[in-house]
Design a protein around this ligand. Structure first.
Ligand code: ADP
Ligand code: MG
Length: 331
C-alpha cells in the first residue's frame, strides 16, 4: 500500500451512471477511496465531476449503479451517508448576510451538533483555516479565498470524516490556491480526514495519493501520480541539430516519432532506445539533446488526445501549438 492510508474503502462507487436528457454525464463510473486518502478526480469541464459529487452527497440520484459513503448506500440511507460528509460546493454557498461565526453556527444547528460541542468545534475550525479574527465580520466582506476557507471550516463543524471538495481553487490566484491546498493536506495529515477533491488544474493533483482521470463521464485511468506517469506519460526528447542538413536527416530518420518542431528544435516521443539511437547515430550532428520526463500533462494528452489546458483544440492543433511555444522560449 502506498501512502498513509487505511485499507478499508470509505467511499465506494460501483458502475454509477447518470443521464440528463440526451447527455450521459456519468457512464458506469467506478472507484474506491480509502480511509485517509487524498483522492483527486481530475477532468476538464463537463467531465462529470460535479454530477459525481452531487450523487455522493445525496443531492442527485444515480440512474444506475451503487455508491456508498462509510458503508451507507447514498440512495437508501442518505441521512447516515450525509452525516459523515463535509462538502464544499463548486458554487459559493455561504449566507452573505450572516457573520463568519453565524454561518458556522447555522450549519452546526442544521446538523444537530449540541451547543457546547458546536461552540468548541467552531472555534477549532476557525483557527484551522486562520479566520479567528474574522469571526464577527459579515461573510460578504471576505475575499474569495477567505470565503473558500470558511466553506472548508463549515464542512467540518459536524465532525465529518470525509470531505468532498468540488474545484475548491477555481478562480483563485496562485498564492491563494497554494494556501487552500495546504489546508487540504492538513485535513488529511492532522485530522485523519479522507479527502475527495475535484479539479481541472493538472498541476494540483501531483501531491495527491491517487488520481482518477475522468472525461466525458468515463474513468480513463486511476492510479498514483507516479504510476500514471510510468504507464501513460510520454517522455519527450528535445533535439537541437547543428545545421539545416542535420535537421533534415534527423527529421526523416525519426519521422514516425515526431511530436512537434520549431525553427531550431525537434521534439520526439522518446524512450531509452531512442536516446541511444540518436546519440549513437547523430551525436556529431546535434548541438544539444534534452530528455523531458513524463508529466501528468502528457498522461492526459496520451489518454485523451487533448491537452487539459486547452480543451477545445484537437490533437493535431496541439502538436502545432506545442511547437510554437517551444520556438518562443528556447529553454
Ligand atoms: N442539470 C443539468 N441538466 C442538463 N445537463 C447537465 C446538468 N448538469 C450537468 N449537465 C451536463 O452533464 C455533463 C457533466 O457535467 P458536470 O458534472 O457539471 O461536469 P464537471 O463538473 O466535470 O464540469 C456536462 O455535459 C453538463 O453539460
Ligand atoms: Mg463541476
Amino acid at each position: 500500500m502506498d501512502g498513509p492510508t487505511d485499507s478499508a474503502p470509505v467511499v465506494q462507487v460501483d458502475k454509477v451512471s447518470k443521464r440528463y436528457g440526451r447527455t450521459l454525464a456519468l457512464d458506469e463510473v467506478s472507484f474506491d477511496v480509502r480511509g485517509r486518502e487524498l483522492f483527486a478526480l481530475l477532468g476538464p469541464n463537463g467531465a462529470g465531476k460535479t454530477t459525481m459529487l452531487h450523487i455522493l452527497c445525496t443531492i442527485l440520484r444515480p440512474d444506475g449503479g451503487l455508491a456508498r459513503i462509510g458503508g451507507f448506500d447514498v440512495v437508501r440511507q442518505p441521512l447516515a451517508a450525509r452525516r459523515r460528509l463535509g462538502i464544499v460546493f463548486q458554487e459559493p454557498s455561504l449566507d452573505d448576510r450572516l457573520t463568519v461565526a453565524e454561518n458556522l453556527n447555522l450549519h452546526g444547528l442544521v446538523y444537530g451538533v449540541p451547543r457546547k460541542r458546536r461552540r468548541q468545534r467552531i472555534e477549532e475550525m476557525l483557527s484551522l483555516v486562520e479566520l479567528t479574527d474574522w469571526a464577527d465580520r459579515p461573510a460578504r466582506t471576505l475575499s474569495s479565498g477567505m470565503k473558500r476557507r470558511l466553506e472548508i471550516a463549515r464542512a467540518l463543524v459536524h465532525d465529518s470524516e470525509i470531505m468532498l471538495l468540488d474545484e475548491p481553487t477555481v478562480g483563485l490566484d496562485a498564492q491563494t490556491r497554494d494556501r487552500i491546498w495546504s489546508y487540504i493536506h492538513r485535513l488529511r495529515d492532522e485530522r485523519q480526514i479522507t479527502v475527495l477533491v475535484t479539479t481541472h488544474y493538472i498541476e494540483e493533483v501531483e501531491q495527491s495519493d491517487r488520481v482518477c482521470v475522468i472525461d466525458n463521464g468515463k474513468v480513463l485511468a486511476l492510479d498514483t501520480p507516479a504510476a500514471l506517469k510510468r504507464e501513460h506519460g510520454q517522455q519527450l526528447l528535445r533535439v537541437i541539430p547543428k545545421t539545416d542538413s542535420d535537421r533534415q536527416a534527423i527529421l526523416s530518420r525519426y519521422a514516425n516519432r515526431l511530436a512537434g518542431e520549431t525553427r531550431d528544435t525537434i521534439l520526439l516521443t522518446s524512450d531509452d532506445a531512442l536516446v541511444e539511437s540518436v546519440l549513437g547515430e547523430y551525436s556529431g550532428r546535434i548541438r544539444s539533446l534534452a530528455v523531458e520526463v513524463p508529466s501528468l500533462e502528457t498522461v492526459f494528452l496520451s489518454l485523451t488526445g487533448r491537452e487539459l489546458r486547452d480543451q477545445a483544440a484537437g490533437a493535431r492543433e496541439q502538436t502545432r501549438a506545442f511547437g510554437k511555444r517551444g520556438g518562443e522560449h528556447t529553454r
